[in-house]
Design a protein around this ligand. Structure first.
Ligand code: HEM
Length: 447
């Protein structure tokens, strides 16, 4: 009785949309399995596009249709532009000091994005290799990859303690312990990077900032800045750029390649377009992208079917408000299910099929204006790096497909290729694809 009072007193009933009946203490947590986007998708058919749930003693709403997404991300954008507090934000993202609070497949793709992004953000990679004799290399590629992997896994875990706070004291699954451990690794890495940059700034006369860390450190020392940038914020922002820019683009390319290998007639169409527009005498350049509509349609169809964030980063109601005629209370977390939205039969013909042509027939925006595909979220808290992310995907993918025939190992047929996903803060293919890359262009272009 006491337990049900503790939970029921917190649950207002007036004009509150009905959802599944919550259990004492855990609320509706028992309805969610390790693939929350799929659990929500099943419940949505029964409870509707704006579905209220209780996670522990805290209210949560899942938006599963474009109209519902529009309500939260556009009509009430400001009120839901905050993020809920959780253990990941506290322990592994510098106590929420970043922008977001925010397993790899083919390591070569990952190495490629990681190298580009570390050079852009940090000026150099800080990654040691067998060949390098660089004093400022403090991690191996494998160590840094493991740190990034752990960060994404821990950001995506359903930590019961975020919803039932006393549960954090016991930390039965050990998530908070792992978060504290991974935070120590980041702390060591970022402190080294910041001190290395500061030493260079002092050593050079007439110092000119060369990378993002230089710019952020410069800003942190600016006494006239309206919003002060602390050392913790600098680390949080570097983390955003490093993590937002690597795993996202690589995994998108992995999903595209996996879908293409499963549909060889689409691969043929893409390579035919590349041969016609680019020719076999050179690699693909940025100016070519607008002339490659089929490749673009394949990328968009991948975002529709396999959105990297199946559930967009959570929003948090800062005030009470009315959404679609129902009361939503201050402190409610909102999850927008981009995975459901991409499969809504009211918006997509044959939603379960991979049909890039649909994007040729209709000009559908993927930057979140139409709320149909929501790969980058929408409105005020839309992905801050979508332009860079899209460029990285187009560039990596087009050159991969232009430069190589992608062959399945002997004995594997296209129909054997698995398109299932593993849920996380970013979702990954369940079975990383193994391919043989056979050069298509002149030999001298590969040197
Ligand atoms: C294919 C590539 C990418 C995809 C699919 C992607 C997807 C997303 C999604 C779905 C969100 C959540 C939006 C929301 O809550 O409504 C997000 C947020 C964010 N992304 Fe990306 N992203 C990509 C690339 C990047 C890159 C390259 C960067 C930076 C270098 C980046 C930085 C961020 C940041 C800082 C946020 C938080 C924005 C905020 O909370 O205001 N992303 N991204």
């Amino acid at each position: 009785v006491l337990l049900s009072r503790i939970t029921s007193t917190k649950r207002p009933k007036k004009n509150y949309r009905p959802g599944p009946k919550p259990w004492p203490i855990i609320g509706n947590l028992h309805l969610i399995d390790s693939q929350p986007h799929r659990s929500f998708h099943s419940l949505y058919h029964k409870y509707g596009g704006i579905m209220p749930l209780w996670f522990g003693g805290k209210p949560l709403i899942v938006a599963s249709t474009p109209e519902a997404a529009k309500e939260f991300l556009k009509n009430h954008d400001y009120n839901f532009s905050s993020r809920p507090a959780n253990a990941a934000g506290k322990y592994i993202i510098y106590n929420y000091s970043d922008v977001t609070w925010a397993p790899t497949g083919d390591k070569h793709l990952f190495r490629y994005t990681l190298t580009i992004i570390t050079r852009t953000v940090l000026g150099k990679t800080y990654i040691s290799t067998k060949e390098s004799n660089d004093d400022s290399a403090i991690v191996t590629f494998e160590e840094l990859t493991a740190m990034l992997d752990k960060w994404f896994v821990l950001n995506g875990v359903l930590n019961i303690g975020d919803w039932v706070p006393w549960h954090n004291v016991f930390d039965l699954r050990g998530y908070v312990k792992q978060m504290k451990e991974v935070d120590k690794d980041y702390e060591k890495f970022f402190n080294f990077v910041l001190e290395d940059h500061k030493a260079r700034t002092k050593a050079e006369k007439d110092f000119v900032p060369r990378d993002m860390v230089d710019i952020l450190l410069n800003l942190a020392e600016d006494p006239n800045l309206e919003v002060k940038l602390s050392r913790e914020s600098v680390k949080g922002l570097i983390q955003d750029l490093l993590l937002g820019g690597t795993d996202t683009s690589t995994t998108t390319v992995e999903f595209v390649v996996t879908a293409l290998v499963k549909h060889p007639h689409l691969t043929e169409k893409v390579t035919e377009e590349l041969d016609r527009v680019v020719g076999r005498d050179r690699w693909v350049e940025e100016d070519d992208f607008p002339k490659l509509p089929f490749l673009e349609a394949v990328v968009k169809e991948t975002f529709r079917c396999y959105p990297l964030c199946t559930l967009l980063a959570p929003r948090f109601a800062m005030e009470d408000c009315k959404v679609a005629g129902y009361n939503v209370y201050k402190g409610t977390t909102v999850l927008v299910n981009a995975w459901s939205i991409g499969r809504d039969p009211n918006y997509w013909d044959s939603p379960e099929e991979f049909l890039p042509e649909r994007f040729l027939e209709k000009d559908i925006d993927i930057k979140g204006q139409n709320f149909e595909p929501l790969a980058f979220g929408s409105s005020r808290r839309r992905c801050a790096g979508y332009a860079l992310g899209l460029k990285a995907v187009r560039s990596m993918l087009s050159n991969l497909l232009h430069g190589f025939n992608l062959k399945l190992p002997d004995g594997t047929k296209p129909e054997d290729v698995c398109m299932d996903e593993v849920y996380g803060f970013t979702t990954h293919p369940k079975v990383p694809i193994k391919l043989i890359l056979e050069p298509r262009l002149r030999k001298d272009l590969y040197t």
